[in-house]
Design a protein around this ligand. Structure first.
Ligand code: CA
Length: 228
């Protein structure tokens, strides 16, 4: 069954854009345009995820989310706001939201956040085991040490996170947006080239021949696929 998403946003243009794109991505979507109707819809607690605008007729999204959390609502909540200040972000996360997106936002980014929040909520992101095998080499997630073409090395925090992500997604194509979202987090977005540089580095460390990779495989136009 399709996951159900609640969108609480008063600006019709933004709401329609979000609703349309979520439906297109295969989600079931319900929407509300005010604080009061939004609060009532959240109280029904029958959605997998809620997207909540901050400035709503009748009150602030922050209080809406706070009240819903106090009432025991557990589903992931993504806040939308026109304010770009760090302050607004802090308030958003303080009130119990899980993630935060500043308007104007890119729809692709919104969808990536939604996927990521739903994945986390579904508990499909299993913790990696203490170690992981890549060909003849071993990565230890507990110590951050790995045996590689360059001998035993300590992986950087990002390299380790990237390896964890790959280890949880064997034989699945990960888009650059997925990788950015999972490894770099929600507000420090580097460029696609940064990711490519990290992949090159992992290939040098773990591929028998970095020129023709068999573990970290480029899937043209889509991203990367990992085969241990
Ligand atoms: Ca608004």
């Amino acid at each position: 069954m399709a996951e159900r998403i609640l969108v609480i946003e008063d600006e019709a243009l933004v709401r329609d854009l979000v609703v349309l794109n979520l439906k297109h991505a295969g989600y079931e979507v319900v929407s509300e345009g005010t604080f009061a109707t939004g609060a009532a819809a959240l109280a029904r607690a029958d959605v997998s995820l809620a997207i909540v605008d901050v400035m709503l007729p009748g009150g602030e999204g922050f209080s809406l989310v706070r009240d819903a959390r106090d009432a025991g609502l557990r589903c992931p909540i993504l806040m939308l706001t026109a304010r770009s200040e760090v302050q607004a972000k802090v308030r958003g996360l303080d009130c119990g939201a899980d993630d935060y997106l500043t308007k104007p936002f890119d729809v692709t980014e919104l969808l990536a956040r939604v996927r990521s929040l739903l994945r986390r909520a579904a508990g499909t992101v299993a913790a990696p085991g203490p170690s992981f095998q890549v060909g003849d080499f071993t990565v230890r997630f507990d110590t951050g040490r790995a045996t590689t073409n360059e001998g035993e090395v300590t992986l950087s925090d990002k390299e380790l996170k990237l390896m964890e992500l790959f280890s949880r997604n064997v034989d699945r194509v990960l888009s650059r947006a997925d990788i950015l979202e999972e490894v770099w987090g929600m507000d420090a977005f580097p460029t696609d080239r940064t990711i490519d540089k990290f992949i090159l580095r992992l290939r040098r460390l773990f591929e028998p021949n970095a020129e023709s990779p068999t573990h970290f495989i480029t899937v043209r136009g889509r991203g990367y696929l990992f085969r241990p």
